[in-house]
Design a protein. Sequence first.
Length: 91
Amino acid sequence: MFITLPRQAAQFAVNVWGISSEGKTDEELAKAGVEALADFIKEIGMPTTLRELGIDENINLKEIADSCGIVGGSYKKMTHEEIFEIFKEVM
C-alpha cells in the first residue's frame, strides 16, 4: 500500500478511528487507518468494486479516465493514467 501523505493519513487514523499513536510510525498509523476505513465500509455493506455497483466489466475505463477533469484541492493532483489505474484496480 502506497500512501502519498502519511502524516495526514496518520492524523485521520487517530482523529477519526481513535487508533492509538503510541509506538507507531506515521506509515503504520496510516495503514491502520486505511484498514479501519475498509472494515467500516464492509461492515455497512457499501460496494467496494465497480462490479458491485453494476458497472459492466466491458466498459471502456480508459475513456472514462481520460474524460475526468484534473482539478486541484485534493491530497494529490492525479493524471488521467493514475485515474485509469485506480479504475482498473476497483473493477
